[in-house]
Design a protein around this ligand. Sequence first.
Ligand code: PGA
Length: 243
Amino acid sequence: MSFYCIGNWKMHKTPQEAKAFLQTQKLKNTPKTILVGFSVPSLVAQSAAEALKDSSVLWGGQNCYSEKQGAFTGETSPFVLKEMGASFCLVGHSERRQVFLETDEMIGSKVKAVQDNGMTPLLCVGETLEDRKWNRTEEVVLSQLRQGLAKADTKKPLWVAYEPVWAIGTGQVATLDQVEQAHKFIHKFLAENFRSGVPVLYGGSVKPDNAGAISKIESVNGLLVGGASLDIEVWNQLLSACV
Ligand code: PGA
């Protein structure tokens, strides 16, 4: 299995900035052993598609609706994302859960919709600080996985990201032990309830100085990177740390 490094740009970059980033020669020097992708804002999708036309770098959405089309004002269609060339789409990122109040049920429908439209869902799960304090990490992650995958097709592609909410954008990265424990737990659940061999990525304050150690954990198959994916120099340092 290749190692995955997926950048999550959140609501950053204009179409022009995205194009400049994705077309730079510096991105073309990506190590061959790493599968690289960027999760871009919907309004930047066209630019990403054009910039990455003949590239091995993938791009995907950050969210989409569970229906292909219809009276859903303001939503992004998974069908259109696919037509534009997206390979994957994040589903259930903690910012979608917390800021936009997405429920596990909605997330389960979105995972199915992404698969049905020929893309790979990147299902994000992870506990809050409160959950961890009360020793509820596994219980919360288990429930998110169960409901998130309730309608998923075990024969179709899937990626999962473990992102402890308290580590996202805070600079407070999980310890190597915490990451390993959570990843083993997720792999076990997937092997028993979905399929083995599903890539499980870690996300939450991954930077060039901690990416090397995290990427060496056996149960970590990749990284989902927010802040450190916005600057090409920082991004390349991060990739170099993973090879
Ligand atoms: P961060 O974000 O790397 O800035 O913590 C990660 C994410 O939200 O996926």
